[in-house]
Design a protein around this ligand. Structure first.
Ligand SMILES: [Zn+2]
Ligand SMILES: [Zn+2]
Length: 68
């Protein structure tokens, strides 16, 4: 039947706005809370150990590493 998966707006990845959210960003924001941005499989970057980062945090980490 339909191979197009219609994802409800609230379940959509906030980065690509197409795919379903499957991950939440685990990047610590400094105050003990995680970033918690919601991303899909494609947008989230897994660091293993069940740690996933959203594209924004990945960008931040890359910038931080360039400064070092
Ligand atoms: Zn996405
Ligand atoms: Zn994040």
């Amino acid at each position: 039947m339909p191979d197009l998966d219609i994802v409800p707006f609230k379940d959509r990845c906030q980065f690509c706005r197409k795919r379903r959210v499957t991950k939440q960003c685990d990047f610590p924001k400094g105050t003990g809370a995680a970033c918690s941005a919601k991303a899909c499989d494609e947008c989230a970057v897994s660091l293993g150990n069940e740690i996933d980062l959203c594209p924004k945090c990945v960008e931040m980490v890359v910038k931080m590493q360039k400064k070092l």
